[in-house]
Design a protein around this ligand. Structure first.
Ligand code: PMP
Length: 399
């Protein structure tokens, strides 16, 4: 039994829910909701503008949130930009950074296992610039081909964008090695940490990427907020992404100067309460401790992998030796949407579809997959409930 399950108020409303879709978005912990309510009720005003008491408090809380997020990821808060989420962060890098230097014939490296958020912005940019998208494949187990990655570099390689953890396979990629290789070729690298941030320790100072991003909503925090870490040497030279208030130093009709640092990329009123909620989620996970989170989820993953073998006719995709609690599978003769609908009748919430990773799912010759994903809130009972329901599906379709 997860001793932290009680921290998730959703179970007060759905006591029998087996929520196994944290990879899409995690359920929220009470302290995050309380922090956000407190912001809106007791400590709210717009930030960075007012001279009055409440605005001072809100600005202080907002900037303290940046410090906390920096602490969670062991990164300098002056290099943490609050964004809408990983998707916005990647678009920001593609637009404000890579677009500035990418030329016809240049190459951008991504991998087969990327989420659409880390494919589409690069595809569009390459299309616009007549540059080439170079895709690193993974093997049948879902392990990235590191030799192919090493060999993919040439003088035309100008950018690398790779996921830390696959949202379909659960594979933990060797981020430190991937970054070191890109660095040895002097090619900037972005790491998409959307699936990593709540499940493994992420030490940005140790990894030393050029860019790193994650979304709060997969970290027991609110939707609509995430962060982009930017290496100092890039932060200064990057042009604004969106423009308007909050990001300027001075404006006239003849000349505009922009702020330096993260605020240059935070045009308009930010998600104030969301950022504070995000920081609270980081604090919550630091209190629980990443070693507990990892051992809890790894124990559940082993149990799930054992139990899923007892269901007939399943093919599991993603058998990397180093992976988080994500298990994607196909059931012979049954569409994943039917599986998910039947599981829903038994209060089991799983995801079915292409998981925003169509190139990966198609490469497995599957129209779609069913995915079970685990988090701090889960326990063995959730898995038993899911397996029982999967056996029911098998029976219905075998009849
Ligand atoms: N990358 C990965 C690996 C993801 O799993 C997701 C979300 N499923 C994203 C990027 C995009 O995150 P968001 O929708 O929060 O912007």
């Amino acid at each position: 039994m997860s001793k932290y399950r009680k921290d998730f108020p959703c179970y007060e409303h759905y006591p029998n829910l087996a929520y196994l879709d944290s990879a899409a978005s995690s359920q929220k912990v009470a302290c995050v909701l309380e922090a956000m309510t407190k912001t809106y009720t007791e400590r709210y005003a717009n930030v960075h503008r007012g001279i009055y008491h409440l605005s001072d408090i809100a600005t202080g809380d907002f900037e303290a949130a940046r410090v906390t997020v920096g602490k969670y990821f062991n990164a300098n808060p002056d290099q943490i930009i609050f964004v809408r989420g990983a998707t916005e962060a990647i678009n920001l890098v593609a637009t404000s950074f890579t677009q500035e230097f990418l030329q016809e014939g240049d190459e951008v490296i991504i991998s087969r296992m990327e989420h659409h958020a880390n494919i589409v912005p690069w595809y569009r940019l390459c299309h616009e610039k007549k540059a080439k998208l170079v895709v690193i494949e993974c093997d049948a187990k879902g392990v990235l081909d590191m030799d192919a990655y090493r060999n993919a570099f040439n003088p035309k390689t100008k950018m690398v964008a790779l996921t830390h953890i696959s949202n379909v396979l659960g594979t933990i990629n060797p981020a430190k090695e991937m970054i070191a290789i890109a660095k040895s070729h002097q090619v900037p690298i972005l790491i998409d940490g959307a699936q990593a941030a709540a499940h493994i320790p992420v030490d940005i100072s140790d990894l030393d990427p050029d860019f790193y991003t994650a979304s709060a909503h997969k970290m027991y925090g609110p939707t609509g907020v995430g962060f982009l870490y930017v290496k100092k040497e890039h932060l200064k030279g990057m042009s604004p992404y969106q423009s308007g208030g909050n990001m300027i130093a001075s404006v006239s009709f003849d000349d505009i100067t922009y702020l330096e640092g993260p605020m240059r990329f935070e045009a308009g009123t930010p998600h104030i309460a969301g950022s504070i909620g995000f920081a609270r989620a980081c604090e919550y996970m630091m209190d629980v401790g990443m070693s507990y989170i990892q051992s809890h989820e790894q124990a559940l993953l082993m149990y799930l992998q054992e139990q899923i073998e007892t269901v007939d006719g399943l093919e599991v995709f993603g058998q990397a030796p180093n992976k988080i609690g994500i298990v994607s599978f196909a059931m012979k003769g049954v569409h994943p949407h039917d599986i998910a609908s039947i599981l829903d009748e038994d209060e089991v919430a799983v995801r079915a579809g292409h998981h925003c990773a169509m190139p990966l799912v198609k490469s497995m010759n599957q129209p779609a997959l069913t995915r079970i994903s685990l988090g701090l809130n889960n326990n063995e009972r959730d898995i038993d409930q899911c397996i029982k329901s999967l056996k029911k599906v098998r029976e219905i379709f075998s009849a």
